[in-house]
Design a protein around this ligand. Structure first.
Ligand code: GLC
Ligand code: CA
Length: 535
């Protein structure tokens, strides 16, 4: 029998290199810092690491502004350091996923510099989206950047170029075959160096339609696309159906080609996961059709409220939509673009939700620091680095809070992260959240994560689908319990503020906090906690 590919139910640990561990005291995490902490990662029980970009970059958008996609930024090290990291990861049985950024380059990339000097009408400009101004001098259309402000910037000779993100991130023109060839070269470059897969940044954005047409409600659209702007959900969903630059049919042709490239490496089982924020949700499954990519992120849990109806709906929908293309869902509670789950729903709730989700079929992503139960860091306005903050003139604070470096050891900030001044401040209030501290405390979040991932690997990976347990209704927001069984495991979460009785099958093997007690022949599940029972 052919065994399932490694990624199908993998747990993948996302590392933001700048914030993981600083090996040389310049205040910024680096590749050598990651390599020296791979035992920690391995002991967590994950299968792979995903590294956010470490390529040559002026770092206007945390490295997602790539100036040379086939080299390493000196702040992180060099190509030898990547090779060493991969070798050390592989020695420990950990796969390595790189982040590829095909929607745009940095304006410092030589292609863009060439486009500037070659001037209007040149073939160098055809690699991007350069257009003349309207007769009245305004930009070619009224689109708004996802980071705020116009999505066009004018160059000296009067032409404008398109950038869905920062003005330092010109969008590439995927109608140009040179762009295709260059990215295929980049994919091969990293695969040949040893990486096992790719996270594809803005995977739904590569192909644009109607680049010269105005959108009827650009500000509404821009708000709808931002998770940090509140909006009535019907209104949001209606606007999301009108995005002219996301989720066009053409992107799928690109991934079909990439899939062939990945498959040409045969046994190495190169995988790719799409970052594709699309609407309606069924559209996400197109990215994981048999001849396209392997996984697509499911972002629902990054915004879901801690109530039984929302969580039931999100989980059920994700499982059933993926089943239509014979894929398994992915789960993520945090990443580098959203508030940390602890800050969003609370510490106890975050543990309960993590334990509940770890039992589910599919692949789970853990954002470094999540296992420690870190909240967002406190960042003052003068310390902010996220371009969103600047482009919205401070109206939107941005994503720096989730990117504060990790606390490792000792009693004083920056807790062993760096011998120097960290690039974002680590609060002294994180004293009890260091790796050292949590390793010593059997009740810590870190211990919960380690145990859950160990039991998951042993009893749940490959155990098939879930069965929701009838007794828990899951019909209304106020239901106290959500529960399912999968294989020999029963997983229950109490979302309420009171202990709840639950008729458990099997023995308690772990919980997310509090003490599960026997009661009237049943089990009493503590408030805002989850538990696993093994038959
Ligand atoms: C993705 C990245 C985000 C980045 C953006 C532009 O959404 O996750 O961090 O700012 O793309 O590259
Ligand atoms: Ca460093």
């Amino acid at each position: 029998m052919k065994s399932a590919p490694w990624w199908r139910e993998a747990t993948i640990y996302q590392i933001y290199p700048r914030s993981f561990f600083d090996s040389n005291g310049d205040g910024e995490g680096d590749l050598a810092g990651i390599t020296s902490h791979l035992d920690y990662v391995k002991n967590l029980g994950v299968d792979a690491i995903w590294l956010s970009p470490f390529y040559t970059s002026p770092n206007k958008d945390g490295g997602y502004d790539v100036a040379n996609p086939r080299d390493v930024d000196p702040r992180f090290g060099n190509l030898d350091d990547v090779q060493e990291l991969i070798a050390q990861a592989h020695n420990r049985g950990l796969r390595v996923i790189a982040d590829i950024v095909p929607n745009h380059f940095s304006d410092q990339h030589e292609w863009f510099q060439d486009a500037l000097s070659a001037g209007r009408g040149s073939k160098e400009r055809e690699r991007f989206h350069f257009y003349d101004a309207n007769p009245d001098g305004t930009p070619p259309n009224n689109w708004i950047s996802l980071f705020g402000g116009p999505s066009w910037t004018q160059v000296e000779d009067g032409q404008f170029y398109l950038h869905l993100f920062d003005s330092s991130q010109p969008d590439l023109n995927w109608e140009n075959p040179e762009v295709h060839a260059d990215f295929e070269k980049t994919l091969r470059f990293w695969i040949d160096l040893g990486v096992d897969g790719f996270r594809i940044d803005v995977a739904h954005g590569l192909v644009k339609e109607d680049v010269l047409k105005d959108h009827p409600d650009p500000q509404g659209l821009s708000n709808a696309l931002r998770l940090d702007v509140a909006m009535d959900s019907d209104k949001r969903n209606a606007l999301l159906l009108t995005v002219p630059y996301f989720d066009r049919q053409g992107v799928h042709e690109i991934y079909r080609k990439w899939r062939k490239l990945f498959d040409s490496y045969g046994d190495r089982q190169i995988m790719a996961v799409a970052e594709a924020w699309v609407h309606p949700p069924i559209n996400a499954t197109r990215y994981v059709r048999a001849d396209e990519l392997h996984q697509v992120f499911n972002f629902d849990l990054l915004t879901a409220e801690f109530d039984s109806k929302t969580l039931f709906d999100v989980i059920e929908r994700s499982i059933s939509l993926n089943a239509t293309v014979d894929a398994l869902p992915t789960w993520a509670l945090s990443n580098h673009d959203s508030p940390r789950v602890v800050s969003r729903i609370g510490g106890q709730e975050a543990r309960a939700l993590a334990l509940f989700v770890f039992g589910l079929p599919g692949s789970t992503y853990v954002f470094a620091g999540q296992e420690l139960g870190l909240p967002d860091g406190q960042v003052q306005d003068w310390q902010r680095q996220d371009p969103t903050f600047f482009r919205t003139h401070g109206q939107i604070k941005g994503r720096d809070g989730a990117r504060v470096p990790l606390p490792w050891s000792g009693k004083t900030a920056p807790f062993g992260f760096s011998a120097g001044e960290p690039w974002l401040p680590i609060s002294q209030s994180w004293e009890n959240l260091t790796v050292e501290n949590e390793l010593a405390d059997p009740k810590s979040s870190l211990h919960m994560y380690r145990k859950a991932l160990e039991l998951r690997e042993k009893f749940l990976v490959g155990a098939g689908g879930i069965t929701w347990l009838e007794s828990t209704h899951h019909g209304s927001r106020r239901d106290a319990l959500l529960a399912y069984s999968r294989g020999d495991m029963t997983v229950v979460m109490n979302l309420s503020d009171l202990p709840q009785e639950f008729e458990a099958v099997g023995t308690l093997v772990m919980d997310s906090g509090g003490t599960v007690e026997a009661h009237n022949g049943k089990k009493l599940i503590p408030p805002r906690s989850s538990a696993w029972f093994l038959a």
